[in-house]
Every structure is written in C-alpha cells, then in structure tokens.
Design a protein around this ligand. Structure first.
Ligand code: C2E
Ligand code: CA
Ligand code: CA
Ligand code: CA
Length: 279
C-alpha cells in the first residue's frame, strides 16, 4: 500500500532526526568529555623513504566516549568548528603533546618533532599565540620540537590574518606545515609567501585513477616545485610498497600512511618505536 516515495521521505526524516540527535548528544557531552579525559592522543609516524627511519609523528585525536562510543575526528570536528569547542580541543591536544615530551626513540637518541593540528577557528581566535606560548613554555618544551599543521582550506578567507599568525609562530621558532596540499584553493603565489617549512601532499595525489602516467607527472611537478621552494615534502596516505617505490623515484623524502603504521594510542606508539615514558 505504502508508496515508495513516502517510505523514502520517512527514512530521510529518520536519518535527519538521527543526525540532529547525534549533534545534540555530542554537544551535551563535549564539556564533561574534556574533563573526563575521553579525548585520546593517537600518534602516526612519518618515515624517511630512504631507510624507513622515524622522521616525526602527527598527533590525531580520538573520542572514546562511554555514552557515544568510539568516534573518529570527522564525526565531531566539523561540529566543533561550528560551535567553537574546537578551540578547547586543539589546546587540549597541544597540552597532551607537550606532556608527552620528549619522545626519544632508543634508536636515534633524539626527541621527535611532533605535529599538532590547529583549526583556522583556533588560529584566528584572539590571544591564540599567547595561549599557545603559555602551554608550550609552561611545559618547558622547546619551540622547535612542535610542528603546527594547518590545512590548505584555512586560507580560504582572511588569508592575511592567518598569514600574520603564522609569521608570529615562525618568528617564535615553531615549525609550520601546510596540510592537505592540493585539496582546494591555494595558489602557487600563496605558497611562495607563506613562512612554512613543510608541505604535506594530500593522499588524493596517490589515488589510483584512470591515468597513472598523468597522475605521476602531476605528483612529480608538485614535488619538484616544493623542493625548489625549499620545503620539506611529506606525502600522506601512503598505503602500498608500489607507492613507496614511486615516491622514492620522484625524490619525496618522507611519507606517512598505513603502509608504515595506522595512528596508534600514545602507549602503543612508544612501544612500537622503543620510546621510554616521559618523566
Ligand atoms: P589529517 O590531518 O589530514 O590527518 C591524516 C588523516 O589521514 C588521519 O585521519 C589518518 O588516520 C588518515 N590516514 C593516515 N594514513 C592513511 C592511509 O594510508 N590511508 C588512508 N586512507 N588514511 C590515512 P583521522 O585521524 O581520522 O583524522 C581526520 C582529520 O581530522 C585530520 O586529517 C585532521 O584534519 C582532523 N584532526 C584530527 N585530530 C585533530 C585535532 O586535534 N585538531 C584538529 N583541528 N583537527 C584534527
Ligand atoms: Ca594533519
Ligand atoms: Ca579541519
Ligand atoms: Ca592531511
């Protein structure tokens, strides 16, 4: 009896109600989640392609919620960017990274540079640089041990305001990385004037698509350009040995991806790379 269209609309309604419900539940839980330490620090290695050695790590958040289950960042970060809670979360992750300093693998005896993701919402908040300094200096962490990752899409508006913050951070000795390069906006001209050290090439460049030869030459162009600009190149989302071989050939020095390791809880990351607990 029931017309398929109505069933469709009912299902749509239900999906919409579920989404609103999840949004409400997330917003109801976010504050106590922070106090409860439900946001976990995961780390993913960045490896040198020459010999596989560890070149650094990226901090990535996971939400282990007793009420909502295990949530990946894509399910809550867009909402937190809208409601402003991302500012607290980004600083919480920075604090966690500072508390875990130094991460010194037995193999190298040198503290790893760990990168932290910052939303444009956080970066543009009044007092951002001062607050960041309070956290890092308060923990006694040298500035050059922290790399700050900002996605290419952060420059979509108020470009000059974002650049001004980056210049302050750069002058203070922090390392800066542009994340997700190639996913959106961003002109070569912008790249030229940014005070960044690292270009993270989005995994979209590696996607197996219809014309492997053409995607290889686009990737080669990007890598050559980054090298000419004096930037360190990190290729993201590397999943296969074949991709490693190609990136080596193209002269990409560092890669991050499942082929080396998934993001791991801090404790497992330390175990895998033989990194003793920090004091
Ligand atoms: P991102 O900064 O580009 O981080 C890399 C993402 O790629 C991570 O997803 C990681 O798990 C995934 N990835 C790594 N290697 C591979 C691979 O070989 N194949 C595939 N398919 N994926 C790979 P994750 O952890 O789910 O994070 C998603 C995004 O959420 C991050 O993308 C970042 O934009 C954001 N994010 C995570 N933590 C934070 C945070 O503390 N603050 C802010 N503002 N954003 C964060
Ligand atoms: Ca990142
Ligand atoms: Ca983001
Ligand atoms: Ca990325």
């Amino acid at each position: 009896k029931e017309a398929p269209a109505e069933g469709g609309i009912a299902r749509y309604d239900q999906a919409f109600r579920d989404a609103v419900d999840l949004k409400n539940r997330i917003e109801r839980h976010e504050d106590h989640a922070l106090a409860n330490r439900e946001f976990a620090l995961y780390l993913q290695p960045k490896n040198r392609l020459a010999n596989g050695s560890l070149a650094g790590a990226e901090a990535l958040v996971r939400w282990e919620s007793p009420e909502l289950g295990f949530l990946p960042p894509n399910s809550f970060i867009p909402l937190f960017e809208k409601n402003g809670f991302i500012v607290q979360l980004d600083f919480y992750m920075l604090k966690r990274v500072c508390q875990s300093y130094p991460m010194t693998p037995a193999s190298s005896g040198e503290a790893l540079v760990v990168s932290v993701n910052f939303s444009r919402v956080t970066i543009l908040r009044d007092g951002f640089v001062e607050r960041l300094l309070r956290v890092v200096d308060g923990a006694g962490v040298p500035h050059e041990a922290i790399e700050i990752e900002i996605t290419e899409s952060a420059f979509v508006m108020d470009e000059d305001a974002v650049i001004a913050k980056l210049e302050m951070l750069k002058a203070l000795g922090f390392r800066l990385a542009m994340d997700d390069f190639g996913t959106g906006y961003s002109s070569l001209n912008l790249l030229r004037k940014l005070p960044i050290d690292v270009l993270k090439i989005d995994r979209g460049f590696l996607a197996e698509n219809t014309d492997a030869e053409r995607s290889r030459s686009v990737l080669k162009g990007v890598i050559d350009m980054a090298r000419d600009l004096g930037l360190t190149i990190v290729c993201e989302g590397v999943e296969t040995e074949g991709q490693i071989a190609m990136l080596r050939e193209l002269g990409c020095p560092i890669a991050q991806g499942f082929v080396f390791s998934k993001p791991l809880p801090e404790r497992e990351f330390r175990k895998l790379y033989d990194i003793p607990d920090s004091g």
